[in-house]
Design a binder for this molecule. Structure first.
Ligand code: KG4
Ligand code: ZN
Length: 364
């Protein structure tokens, strides 16, 4: 709580008047009875301002989200103060929309849950400061949430999954493999030694100037690569999956990214075009990059499954791998993971794409 109090002090930016105005905007519905406890979840760790109301049985009563992707695409990446400003501009509206969609007034909430880490400090601060003021006004309990734990546990909203299970989290900021032994009991088995796969795909998409591609202009880097890859030949470029000899479950993406950068430079020379123009081989590059990333992720995950099976760390009768995070919405990467889980007789589970990327539901 000490950390939370300090953080509020640093980031506090919404006046008491604004919070009161926010609370007054709700009509209280006398006589309405909720059978279950209701939690408001608030997420602002990166570039999505999201909120949702979920009841204790996992029913989603309402949600709202504001994505900053388009703004950050134009600036070629997330500029933290810009993200912070956009969170400030949208948080009140998004929380209000989530509550209105749920037909729940703030006084009916049982608790407020908010992402407190990991993420961009300036972005996290907006959600935290807003939540703590709301908590203070409403006199409700506050539940601090770890963003990656929320991603890992989201599957329990859509599937009945027993502990322990293996989880692979692949997003723009994270890449980790962990054994989930309980709601807050995680054993880290592997992580990226450098950047996350989503970060790498975003960098490659930027280097290929896919924002100028008419079909990809509003897509995140990873989504643009997936889209373009469908039109390309994955065997056209022979990129080697990283860390083939490493006897652990770690990942690495920055070496591969440098190799791709070099190759793009060479192709630009060959085609006689400037940096910033779209290569005629962009679709083949996208397909080859996606294929190599998928192979790397699948191979490292296969090692983790075998390790867990050897040591009886997973459920004997039904070993489960859960994959989540923004990159898990990539259907080609999912397919590669399905191949290794089938081979290892392991059940493969993935939340629906809209629950793989950042959202308020997973926090609630
Ligand atoms: O989980 P997320 O919404 O935010 C965090 O990073 O926490 O993930 C966003 C990342 C971005 O890097 C984006 O390029 C990537 O997920 N992504 C994808 C796809 N959709 C989003 N990567 C590959 N294929 C996709 N379809
Ligand atoms: Zn995330």
């Amino acid at each position: 709580m000490l950390i939370l109090n300090k953080t509020t002090g640093v980031f506090s930016n919404l006046s008491k008047g604004k919070i009161y105005e926010f609370l007054r905007s709700f009509n209280i519905h006398p006589g309405k009875l909720f059978l279950h406890k209701l939690v408001l979840g608030i997420e602002t760790s990166c570039d999505d301002t999201a909120a949702a109301v979920v009841d204790e049985t996992g029913n989603v009563l309402g949600e709202a989200i504001h994505s900053q992707t388009e703004v950050h695409l134009k600036t070629g990446g997330i500029i933290p103060p810009v993200a912070q400003q956009l969170h400030r501009e949208n948080i009140q509206r998004i929380v209000q929309e989530a509550l209105s969609a749920s037909k729940v007034s703030p006084s009916e909430l049982s608790a407020i849950a908010t992402t407190i880490k990991p993420g961009l400090a300036l972005s996290l601060g907006v959600g935290l400061s807003f939540s703590l003021q709301l908590v203070d006004q409403l006199k409700k309990p506050f539940i601090p949430i770890h963003h990656m734990e929320a991603h890992a546990l989201t599957i329990r909203l859509t599937n009945k999954v027993e502990f322990p299970f293996l989880v692979l989290l692949i997003s723009g900021g994270h890449c980790l493999l962990a054994l989930v032994r309980g709601v807050s009991d995680f054993l880290l088995l592997g992580k990226s030694l450098d950047i996350a796969p989503g970060d790498m795909l975003d960098k490659v998409a930027r280097r290929l100037s896919l924002i100028k591609h008419p079909e990809c202009s509003t897509m995140s880097g990873g989504k643009a690569i997936e889209h373009l890859a469908k039109q390309g030949n994955k065997l056209h470029f022979d990129f080697k999956p990283p860390m083939q000899r490493a006897k652990n479950c770690d990942f690495s993406f920055s070496g591969l990214q440098h190799v791709i950068d070099k190759m793009i430079m060479q192709k630009e020379k060959e085609e006689g075009i400037e940096k910033g123009q779209i290569l005629s081989s962009a679709a083949d590059i996208a397909a080859s990059v996606q294929h190599t990333v998928a192979c790397h992720i699948a191979k490292r995950t296969h090692r983790a499954i075998l390790f867990c099976k050897q040591r009886n760390l997973l459920c004997q009768s039904n070993a489960v791998l859960v994959v989540s995070g923004g990159v898990a919405s990539n259907l080609y990467i999912r397919k590669a993971l399905e191949v290794v889980t089938n081979a290892a007789q392991c059940t493969f589970l993935c939340p629906p794409p809209r629950l793989c990327t950042d959202n308020g539901i997973m926090i609630a």
